[in-house]
Design a protein around this ligand. Structure first.
Ligand SMILES: Nc1nc2c(ncn2[C@@H]2O[C@H](COP(=O)(O)OP(=O)(O)OP(=O)(O)O)[C@@H](O)[C@H]2O)c(=O)[nH]1
Ligand SMILES: O=C([O-])CC(=O)C(=O)O
Length: 644
């Protein structure tokens, strides 16, 4: 095994990592627990790297520094290995296509585990396993898992390096695709090691594709473009802040700064430390009067966060700037406002459905320096996916590498995988706000919860109080999308859009939200709203035009904030059993091809259906037993009474 030291840290010679730190037994001869058991904040990163190398047995260990040269070197290596295909330089400069193994295309929620000491602390919505049991299982799984491969050590920051709301981690991975993606999605930097040495808490994250290049006889085996393993583990120890991921090279399973750290582990940190880690986009809105508002919105995976984050308003005089499209960390500031950052540095966005009509900003963002995964390849070396252009090209190579013609599409075989993605730096997004990297964050004025609902849920409603808003968040249901394995279209509860991402008991998450809200200054406490772009008519067509037209809803939301602050005195809303709805005429629908019946259908609150849903909400709350906050039970009783 050879170690390539981070050039900034020459003292990391292999001799210094040898035998002491690699010993598997302590001085008294007892088996030493593997890296996985020491609480993260006190762990020595160099000893930890040595332990993981000892366990996984790679050929080489390479410390990554986040430089452009490092990224290009790995890209060139992946092009040579067939993992990446270089796209035509004149059409898509600096861009590449990866085709994953067809079995490794989305997050695997059934193999995602929250290993808190007590099952009740993971709660009924998470897969729980006892930490000790999982640790010993993973010791076996990871033993020798990197044989024949290079182990990369990737120090990264979520949020600007050293910022007051930021956090750091180190991902160990045997996948160069993951390293290059981490370069785009996080801030990979040697400075992170300085922060860790200075005593900053950090999250150790181990990732292996689970495909050693040496067989059971010790013989070298050939590599494949997308190595992975049928068996997968996405494991989190929220109490000791650790992540172990095995068997997948894809997105949220493997880029461990994203869902694993920035949501599952960070949500547990946030609960302990009084802040919030949420599955949200973050935008800055400027009105024609130059008033500014910051809006954070939680939607389940593939329900429109990236689209709303890059909204091009159709209402004249308004602008929306992007700060983040997937994850938001919010911390009460010294002045009682809620300050928010986007901890990521890039977008890992859904390709299908992204076109000039729906998200022109994304299309502009994607003109160069992009890694596409599982989209289709055109005959002239560019990419295509369903929704990029109204008509598909005459011939394509589909996401599996097979020939494809429009007839295949008509036969129900999409050219791009429904969860195909682009990985691109946020800095190259034309609508990125100049404050997007402000370490102190932006003050949040509005919090929005959304989902994909064909019926029942109105286009927009405002919560009547913080508690009511938390109730709205806790009761989100949404139709399943292709972002995770499972039946697409099936309605499932997705509280706070965090069902797959909360690293502790979901009901405790609701209590935490109630507490954080109570601690905010009442004058600037964000107002909470619920939206639904996806309501359908009897023929199954979307009633609301969506996309850029969502700016009309955003405008009403900001006007409601103005009203709450006395900036406007006109009546903007009328009560309904489910919250405040826009008063007649208050939602700007000028110029939209929307009949009065359509508008009525968008805001219809069918009492019967809502009562049935309220009953199911009661059952859902019961699954959390007495952990469900009393305030939410009161909200449910209030809703039921109003509906009756
Ligand atoms: N009908 C309709 N579809 C929309 C709207 N906004 C987004 N979509 C579609 O929803 C899909 C997912 O949108 P994204 O914005 O990528 O979703 P996301 O929430 O960022 O997804 P993740 O990256 O998985 O978290 C795309 O196919 C979009 O075209 C809308 O306002 N109306
Ligand atoms: O994590 C992923 O693989 C992709 C993603 O953003 C999501 O599913 O919300």
């Amino acid at each position: 095994m050879t170690f390539t030291a981070n050039p900034r840290r020459t003292r990391l010679a292999v001799a210094e990592l040898a035998p002491d730190t690699l010993a598997r037994t302590d001085a008294a001869g007892f088996p030493r627990p593997l890296a996985a058991s020491a609480p993260a904040p006190h762990r020595d990163p160099f000893a930890w790297v040595a332990e993981i190398a000892e366990l996984t047995q790679p050929d080489d260990v390479v410390w990554c520094d986040g430089s452009a040269e490092e990224k290009q070197r790995l890209i060139d290596q992946m092009v040579a290995a067939g993992t990446l295909l270089r796209l035509d330089e004149t059409k898509r400069p600096g861009s590449y296509l990866a085709r994953s193994d067809p079995s490794d295309v989305a997050r695997v929620e059934s193999r995602t585990f929250i290993c808190s000491e007590r099952e009740v602390d993971a709660g009924p919505t998470n897969n729980w396993r006892a930490p000790a049991e999982m640790r010993s299982e993973l010791d076996g799984v990871f033993a020798g898992s990197m044989k024949g491969r290079t182990m990369y050590v990737v120090p990264f920051s979520m949020g600007p390096v050293g910022g007051p709301i930021s956090q750091v981690g180190i991902e160990i991975t045997d996948s160069p695709y993951v390293v290059v993606s981490m370069h785009v999605m996080t801030r990979v930097s040697g400075e992170v090691l300085d922060l860790i040495e200075g005593g900053q808490q950090w999250v150790p994250a181990v990732h292996s594709v689970g495909a050693p290049l040496v067989d059971e006889h010790g013989e070298r085996t050939a590599d494949v473009p997308w190595p992975c393993n049928e068996t997968k583990y996405i494991v989190h120890y929220p109490q000791t802040r650790e992540i172990w991921s095995y068997g997948s090279g894809y997105g949220g399973n493997a880029l461990l700064g994203k869902k694993c750290f920035a949501l599952r582990i960070a949500s547990a940190m946030a609960r302990d430390e009084g802040w919030l880690a949420e599955h949200m986009l973050l935008i800055r809105i400027t009105s024609p009067e130059q008033r500014q508002y910051h809006l954070a919105a939680a939607f389940p995976s593939a329900c429109g966060k990236t689209n709303l984050a890059m909204l091009q308003p159709t209402v004249p005089g308004w602008t929306v700037e992007t700060i983040g499209d997937d994850i938001v960390w919010m911390r009460p500031g010294p002045d009682g406002t809620l300050r928010a950052i986007n901890p990521e540095a890039g977008f890992f966005g859904v390709a299908p459905g992204t076109g000039v009509e729906t998200n022109p900003t994304a299309i502009e963002t994607l003109t160069h320096d992009v890694i596409f995964t599982n989209v289709a390849l055109t005959d002239d070396g560019d990419v295509w996916w369903e929704g990029l252009t109204p008509e598909p090209p005459e011939h394509l190579v589909d996401w599996r590498g097979d020939d494809w013609t429009p007839a295949d599409g008509e036969a129900g075989r999409p050219a791009a995988h429904p969860n195909s993605r682009f990985t691109v730096s946020a800095a190259q997004c034309p609508s990125i706000a100049d404050v997007w990297e402000d370490p102190a964050g932006v003050p949040v004025d509005a919090i929005v919860f959304g989902g994909r609902r064909a019926s029942n849920v109105p286009l927009v409603a405002q919560a009547t109080s913080w508690e009511h808003g938390v109730f709205m968040g806790a009761t989100i249901s949404s139709e399943r999308t292709a972002a995770a394995e499972g039946a697409v279209g099936e309605l499932r509860r997705d509280p706070f859009a965090m069902l797959p991402f909360c690293g502790y008991n979901m009901a405790d998450h609701w209590s935490h939200w109630l507490e954080v809200g109570a601690g905010l200054a009442s004058a600037t406490r964000p107002k909470i709203f619920q939206v639904n772009w996806f309501r359908k008519d009897a023929d199954g067509a979307f009633i609301w035009p969506g996309f850029g037209e969502n700016s009309r809803v955003v405008k009403w939301i900001t006007e409601q904030i103005d009203r709450s602050r006395g900036v406007r005195t006109d009546a903007g809303a009328v009560p309904s059993p489910v919250g405040l709805l826009p008063a007649p005429g208050a939602l700007d629908v000028d110029g939209l091809d929307l009949s009065d019946d359509d508008l009525a259908a968008l805001f219809d609150v069918p009492a019967e259906a809502w009562l049935a849903e309220a009953e199911l909400t009661g059952e859902f709350f019961d699954t959390f037993g007495d952990r469900t906050p009393a305030a939410l039970r009161e909200q449910l009783a209030g809703l039921t009474a109003r509906l009756r």
